[in-house]
Design a binder for this molecule. Structure first.
Ligand SMILES: *[C@@H]1O[C@H](CO)[C@@H](O)[C@H](O)[C@H]1NC(C)=O
Ligand SMILES: *[C@@H]1O[C@H](CO)[C@@H](O)[C@H](O)[C@H]1NC(C)=O
Ligand SMILES: *[C@@H]1O[C@H](CO)[C@@H](O)[C@H](O)[C@H]1NC(C)=O
Length: 284
């Protein structure tokens, strides 16, 4: 009798043990199930980060590429300045021509500021371009941290101790809701990324146009000033400021022939039958 009792108790113990271990196994499986999803969720947010970073880098790089164009333009100006300087050494006359038209030459510091303004504007747009994706990123992370984890805790407190089948069901449900949320978030993110690339392209186009205007204005002004200086040096200065007093009659006179101390200098009218209305002296 005692023997069967002992056997019965042992058998009961064994059954309880078996039940306990099957509950443990299910709990462990549930934990693995949850953790594998948590890893996937962390990966999703990480991949958002990677894509945003790639976008930011490629955009910023395209903006920074404009630096090379700026440097090329500034070099052009520097070379021009050196050429002008050598012209001022050539003769007093060429120096006068250079000094007269140098103020209309673009100034390197201004040109640099203008290009910088173009690139600064493009740089400021970077955060705007990424903003909606950041919100999507935050929203998804928030769903994982708050909605999903809260639901998991609720499952645990409602069913986690004994009702294993219902617990598993509850977790599976939380996962499926979160997966659906993730899918729609990824769809949204992918559209936002596409838009960011499109808008980014437009911003870069605007940047190129902005820099082009600076280039064109600078090169146009440089070439105009060069032409003026050139004409001036060749005695063909068309004297824009004195166009009201335009004089067809130009007399070229070497600066060396001018002597401020002489009461009798060379007479440009000598031997002419007409005096005309005016006479312009081109002193070279
Ligand atoms: C995306 O969200 C994660 C988690 O909140 C955060 O660590 C990361 O900085 C976010 N990325 C960006 C670019 O905002
Ligand atoms: C577990 O789920 C079953 C089937 O949905 C239900 O009938 C039962 O009431 C649930 N148990 C608890 C404790 O909620
Ligand atoms: C270049 O600049 C000049 C002078 O600023 C302007 O007259 C000309 O229209 C510009 N050319 C283009 C293609 O924008």
């Amino acid at each position: 009798m005692i023997g069967t009792k002992i056997v019965a108790i042992l058998a009961l113990l064994a059954v309880t043990k078996a039940q306990q271990s099957s509950i443990d196994t299910i709990l462990i499986r549930n934990d693995e199930y949850l953790n594998s999803h948590r890893r996937q969720y962390a990966l999703n947010v990480w991949y958002y980060d990677v894509q945003m970073e790639q976008f930011r880098e490629s955009y910023v790089k395209r903006v920074d590429d404009m630096e090379y164009q700026k440097d090329a333009l500034l070099n052009e100006l520097k070379n021009r300045d050196e050429n002008l300087y050598s012209l001022t050494l050539l003769s007093d006359f060429s120096k006068t021509c250079v000094e007269k038209y140098k103020p209309s030459m673009p100034v390197a510091a201004d040109v640099k500021n203008q290009v910088d303004r173009c690139t600064d504007t493009a740089h400021y747009k970077t955060d705007n371009l990424i903003y909606t994706m950041e919100v999507t990123n935050k929203t998804l992370q928030n769903h994982y941290d708050n909605v999903f984890e809260k639901e998991v805790s609720r499952c645990q407190s409602n069913y986690g101790t004994t009702k294993t089948a219902n617990y598993t069901l509850c977790l599976a449900n939380a996962v499926s809701v979160t997966n659906a949320f993730t899918q729609s978030s990824q769809q949204q993110f992918s559209n936002q990324l596409k838009n960011a690339y499109n808008t980014g392209r437009l911003e870069i186009k605007t940047l190129h146009e902005c820099v082009f205007v600076v280039h064109n204005n600078t090169l146009t002004k440089m070439s105009q000033a060069n032409t003026h200086i050139d004409r001036c040096i060749h005695g063909m200065d068309d004297c824009a400021q004195c166009s009201k007093h335009f004089c067809r009659n130009v007399y070229n006179m070497a600066a060396s022939s001018i002597d401020p101390n002489s009461p009798t200098m060379y007479n440009p009218f000598q031997g002419q039958s007409e005096t005309g209305e005016c006479l312009m002296l081109n002193i070279y």
